[in-house]
Design a protein around this ligand. Structure first.
Ligand code: 3HC
Length: 305
């Protein structure tokens, strides 16, 4: 059941905890410090990852300062609000904790078990999962009713949307807090049911899968990109996959194909994208600007079998 949020029920957020210090997590860590101006803790599985995440946030603050979007004092204050740690006991006084770790239910359950052991009983927990079941992620929590889905889009600084996902157990307080936090971050929140891919990734998986299929049918990649122009989207499907990350895109396909085999070609598109993700990884360290020839060949080769 999808209910309406109520501002009056929202909990005040005074310190944010972020689990995961990858690209997505560091992007929204920056947004939290800029917009909420509260202390933000980030953590990951080792110090090197934590340091990389903090360095990325500092770099982004520096870039905003260089562009004149932040004055020197504000930039320094924001830097001071971000802290990296490998010791999750420091999360004890966080009242809003959001995770963006590897898209694997077991991993996320473990992360939340560790966090629930240290935070207060009324802390709100959020997951940035893009397509996993939020209810399943919360299944091992002592208080699953405080968990809400809070799904950002890439690039976090620019995309105006957050999907807020309510499970059957999510309380009105958790839901309302998520809405108030989304608004404070300058985003528009939409409330979705806890169904695979929520709304956006369900649509995107189709778009990306059909684009891959068009190449299989013989349309060159560049032409597929151009053919998207009349739809008024800011970028073509392959450029979008590039932005999201090939592995993430392949994973979304996989989740959708498993959840809705009859509607997603029973994993066929997933295999194409997964194979491509590997090619791109080897070719350009996991990220390319534009679609490489090697990736195009792999796509045709794979789908041609
Ligand atoms: N980080 C921060 N800011 C960025 C950015 C980034 N990675 N990329 C672009 N920007 C900013 C620029 O600084 C610029 O801001 P300004 O106008 O204040 O100077 C603004 O965005 C516009 O940038 P550009 O003029 O360079 O480029 P475009 O106008 O071509 O826009 C784009 C770039 C915003 C990426 C646009 O192409 C776009 O909206 N693409 C679609 C993105 C999309 O659909 N994302 C959803 C992906 S799905 C997902 O994330 C879900 C996951 O679960 C898989």
């Amino acid at each position: 059941p999808v209910g309406a949020p109520d501002k009056a029920l929202a909990k005040k957020v005074t310190k944010v905890g972020i689990i995961g210090a990858g690209l997505m997590a560091s992007q929204f860590a920056l947004l939290f410090v800029r917009k909420l101006q509260v202390p933000v803790l980030i953590t990951d599985i080792d110090q090197a990852r934590v340091d990389k995440g903090v360095a990325h946030i500092h770099d982004e603050i520096g870039a905003l300062e260089a562009k004149g979007r932040l004055d020197g004092d504000t930039a320094n204050r924001l830097r001071g609000l971000v802290r990296g740690t490998t010791d999750t006991s420091e999360y004890a006084d966080c009242d809003f904790v959001i995770e963006a770790v590897f898209e694997e239910v077991g991993v996320k359950q473990q992360v939340f078990a560790g966090i629930e052991a240290v935070v207060s009983e009324d802390a709100i927990l959020a997951t940035n999962t893009s397509s996993l079941s939020v209810a399943e992620i919360g299944a091992k929590l002592a208080h699953p009713e405080r968990l809400v889905g809070f799904h950002f889009f890439n690039p976090v600084a620019v995309m105006p949307l957050i999907e807020v996902v309510r499970t059957e157990k999510t309380t009105d307080a958790a839901l309302s807090t998520a809405f108030v936090v989304a608004r404070a971050l300058g985003k528009k929140a939409v409330l979705t049911a806890d169904a695979p891919g929520f709304v956006v990734n369900r649509l995107l998986a189709k778009v990306m899968g059909e684009a891959a299929r068009a190449v299989y049918e013989g349309t060159p990649v560049g032409e597929v990109e151009k053919a998207f122009a009349p739809l008024g989207l800011p970028m073509g499907p392959f450029q979008l996959i590039d932005l999201v990350g090939w592995k993430v895109a392949a994973h979304v396909q996989d989740t959708m194909a498993s959840a809705f085999p009859e509607r997603f070609y029973a994993n066929e598109n997933f295999h194409a994208l997964a194979e491509l993700a590997e090619v791109v990884e080897k070719d350009k360290g996991g990220r390319v600007t534009g679609f490489t020839k090697a990736a195009e060949k792999a796509l045709k080769g794979h789908l041609g079998r």
